[in-house]
Write a protein that binds this ligand. Structure first.
Ligand code: GLU
Length: 329
């Protein structure tokens, strides 16, 4: 196998995972947990690890934010193979995917408002707004893809979609009943999340997706889109438990004080942040400073699985005690 030019000592691996942050602000500790484990699992197994900035939301992302994330990741001790990519750099692969879906008569434009959709949805699924097949347009022109200020949705076939997850086991979804025809292209003239991720995971040779469990149902939708685009084979999924704060809410970027840069400015060293996250993941017995470089060798799958089992009864929590431990450095 050819060597990787960025790391001549490393043999290019046929497997690839990705760090895929959205550069919308400071990384919070839940993001750090997902990125650290994706990186460590990849490094432990000798896979390629790539960095992809998911920056298609022009209103909320910027080049500066991408740079800041790279800086934070380096400071934490994470690295990646090859040059990082930014989704906004080249939209052509997404256009190409839309043309492919169009040629299969799988996408249509629709400008129904959320209110109109809500009124039409007989059985909303878990608070999610579903686009039912009855609302597909009959006008042939609506099934042509064009660049205009309109959303495009892809037709979702009914029936179960099985997601086999390395950590969470087998899950059965029914995307047509849950989300219906999902948005794949937005009226801002850019691909929506589901389409961009599927296109990139395919063209970047990603084989293993390691990310938060909030995206488990998206795995089913992404499998469907892969099939619609004629992409062979499934990805290997590794979904990790979500991290909550002390009030039981998911950590979010708006809670600025759990951000890596905020903690760094407060004088918290990187190895404390890594050590806290490693303890959450069951890799060490109690919180203690650890360098990121040590994490790949600490990983073992029983630990990862026990972390997931714990999650089913008790979510991972960033507690006030954890916060005090971080700041006492
Ligand atoms: N960019 C997404 C995030 O930061 C992750 C998407 C994915 O892993 O598929 O939450």
């Amino acid at each position: 196998m050819p060597a990787d030019p960025a790391h001549p000592d490393r043999v290019a691996s046929p497997r690839t995972t990705r760090l895929a942050p959205s550069p919308t602000g400071d990384l919070h500790l839940g993001n750090v947990r997902s990125l650290l484990l994706a990186w460590a699992i990849g490094r432990n197994a000798g896979w390629n690890v790539i960095l992809r900035h998911e920056d298609l939301d022009a209103a909320r992302t910027s080049i500066e934010a991408c740079d800041a994330i790279e800086e934070s990741l380096h400071w934490l001790g994470l690295d990646w193979d090859g040059a990082p990519t930014r989704q906004s750099d080249d939209l052509e692969p997404y256009f190409e995917a839309m043309r492919r879906l169009e040629s299969r008569r799988l996408v249509f434009s629709s400008d129904l408002s959320r209110r109109e959709l809500r009124e039409a949805a007989a059985a909303p699924h878990g608070g999610e707004l579903r686009f039912p097949p009855e609302l597909r347009p009959s006008d042939e022109d609506a099934w042509r893809f064009h660049e205009g200020a309109t959303n495009f949705r892809s037709k979702t076939r009914p029936g179960p979609e099985i997601v086999r997850d390395r950590l969470l086991g087998t899950h059965r979804f029914d995307p047509a009943a849950e989300v219906g025809d999902q948005i794949v292209w937005t009226k801002a003239g850019r691909p929506a999340y589901q389409l961009s991720v599927v296109v990139d995971d395919d063209r970047q040779g990603v084989t293993d997706v390691i990310r938060g469990a909030d995206l488990l149902s998206s795995a089913a939708r992404q499998q469907r889109l892969r099939q619609d685009l004629g992409i062979d084979g499934d990805l290997t999924w590794w979904h990790l438990p979500i991290v909550h704060d002390d009030d039981g809410r998911r950590l979010a970027k708006r809670d600025g004080d759990t951000g890596v840069e905020a903690l760094r400015r407060a004088g918290v060293p990187a190895d404390r942040i890594i050590g806290l996250v490693a303890w959450w993941c069951g890799l060490i017995e109690k919180p203690a400073p650890v360098a990121a470089a040590k994490i790949p060798e600490l990983l073992d799958h029983d630990h990862l699985r026990s972390m997931v089992t714990r999650e089913t009864s008790q979510p991972l929590r960033f507690t006030n005690e954890d916060r005090r431990w971080l700041l006492q450095s």
